[in-house]
Design a protein around this ligand. Structure first.
Ligand SMILES: Cc1ncc(COP(=O)(O)O)c(C=O)c1O
Length: 351
């Protein structure tokens, strides 16, 4: 399995599985309502407290998916008098949050701080701005230039939303993500995350100042008009976070595996772009060539992700690979050997 987002392998951790099945027996299968009506339990509140503590934030609000966390946060904060400025390579949920908001959306070139600065210089003349970026980019596996981006935001009095879906559990002290990686946790305005990757569940969250989180509770439409996370999902995420807090070395194991995967693929001659994380894309371009390569890898026992438009631009097909903390080095080496053999056959790398 070189194509999941189960970075820490916690979906099958015995404690996570046990606590989740106990939660279903005790609390039932669904909340059948939104957070503001009948969809709040002590379990939801406990998870929010734990996340706020983990990230050193004042408060936290959970959503039923990470997609909804971006949708709700951006649309509730960006009104007619504001602009949301996003990185071109941001996740679709950020784009869709902009579409749902009443404000204008402007994009800057991927991770290009100079272009961000030019954009903010223009838009902040008349309006206030929220900058929204991914911490770790979900297709490229590269990391946002957070220190420089934050510096520019502060200069133009813009707020920053960091979507760290792929940074949490992967980067930083004890898996606290991209902001922690740059020792910037205490400077952050808003961190959005998901439970559907390292945290072995489904659901999403945003952390930030208490008054902003209070606003979101009442005005983030996906939180108000959609049923809340079921108890099983809440408990799975809570237990996964507890396991991560007790065993932070899992993150080191993940990153050692990621280095092995990146070096193995690079040494075999693959173009892995700017990846510095466990997300390691193989840049191929021609979609048909990429899908044929993907199919043979699957037949050979290695699952990867075939990624085409609209997740990447047309004609920029990639094979997205990603490793887990629970892989053995032997598994990674074996997969890389098969990729090298089939990569030569499919002319992805020279023979
Ligand atoms: C960067 C990023 N943000 C948000 C999401 C949405 O997360 P979820 O799967 O919890 O809806 C994803 C998932 O694909 C993602 O990659």
């Amino acid at each position: 399995m070189l194509g999941s987002n189960n970075y820490l392998g916690l979906t099958r951790h015995p404690r996570v599985v046990q606590a989740t099945s106990d939660a279903v027996k005790r609390y039932g299968t669904s909340m059948t309502g939104s957070r503001l009506l009948n969809g709040t339990t002590v379990l939801h509140e406990r998870l929010e407290e734990l996340l706020a503590t983990f990230f050193g934030a004042e408060a936290c609000l959970t959503f039923t998916t990470g997609y909804q966390a971006n949708l709700g946060t951006i649309s509730a904060l960006v009104n007619r008098r504001a602009v949301v400025v996003i990185d071109k390579a941001d996740h679709a949920s950020i784009y869709d949050g902009c579409a749902l908001s009443d404000g204008e959306m402007v994009r800057f070139r991927h991770n290009d701080v100079e272009h961000l600065e030019q954009t903010l210089a223009k838009v902040t003349q008349e309006k206030s701005a929220l900058v929204a970026i991914d911490g770790v980019f979900s297709m490229g596996g590269d990391i946002a230039r957070l220190p420089e981006i934050m510096e520019v935001c502060r200069r133009y009095n813009a707020r920053l939303l960091l979507d760290d879906a792929h940074g949490v559990g992967v980067l930083g002290e004890g898996g606290r993500g991209t902001a922690s990686h740059f020792s910037m946790l205490e400077q952050m305005d808003l961190i959005v995350g998901t439970f559907s990757k390292s945290l072995a569940s489904i659901g999403g969250f945003v952390t930030g100042p208490a008054h902003v989180i209070e606003w979101l509770k009442h005005f983030a439409r996906p939180g108000v008009f959609s049923a809340s996370m079921p108890p099983a999902s809440v408990v799975a995420a809570t237990t996964a976070l507890e396991v991560l807090m007790e065993e932070p070395r899992m993150v080191d194991k993940l990153n050692a595996n990621a280095e092995l995967l990146r070096n193995g693929l690079r040494n075999a001659g693959f173009d892995i772009g700017a990846s510095v994380t466990p997300i390691v894309p193989i840049l191929i371009g021609d979609e048909v060539k990429m899908v044929n390569f993907w199919k043979e890898l699957l037949a050979g026992g290695v699952y990867t992700n075939a990624v085409i438009f609209p997740a990447v631009p047309r004609g920029a097909g990639i094979l997205r690979t990603s490793c887990m903390a629970t892989h053995s080095p032997e598994q990674i080496k074996k997969a890389v050997a098969l990729m090298a053999e089939l990569g030569r056959r499919h002319k992805v790398i020279p023979e």
